[in-house]
Design a protein. Sequence first.
Length: 248
Amino acid sequence: MLILGGTAEARALAAVLHERPGTRVVSSLAGRVARPRLPVGEVRVGGFGGPDKLAEYLRAESVAAVVDATHPFAERISASAATAARAAAVPLVLLRRPGWTPRPGDTWHWVDDLTAAAALLPDLGDRVFLTTGRQGLPAFATAGQWFLVRCVDPPDPPLPARCELLLDRGPYTLDGELALMRAHRVEVLVTKDSGGPLTAAKLDAARELGLPVVVVRRPGTPDVPVLASVPEVADWLTGVLPGSRSTG
């Protein structure tokens, strides 16, 4: 089977399936991060070249099932996987962790994309903690605010004219996020609705500091089955993979 990965859930699923006898699992990473966290088992790095090439791979490798466990904002990859799986007649499931939900004391402003997030900033603050990843930074390139930009790998230009770059990778802690925001006198947080616990501490810190948060909504998902947890997907695979059974 093939796991389209790059997330903590993908790594957890690979670890679970690695213990199942008779199941060959290949985890595919897009290769966009210089030093990715690798799952156990066989790993393939790099894109497939579009849905047609992915469908060819599924047929050539006799893939029995595909799990799309990519990032919630990897819209293009998910669409390509859905098209390829249909063309190759291979079962596909989308493993998608739940998004974040506001809690009492939160001041969240929901937007549909990064351009809308940038347009909202003049009304919210001048010192921005930007945690939307390096690929979306051009949307803020002409903004007049000061930005603390946190991402895993160095971004390509254009960047905001007034910014400080912080290369770091989660998980993060509440104390660490509070100290960071206070040290840089952050006035507003911008994030995507990625969900999960690894990077949620920034939301708790913003709540404690009384800061507004701009949250970019998730894109839509393809018309495929969607499951929210690794155990659910493991159970689904038990019914899909020939001779598959759970070991625990």
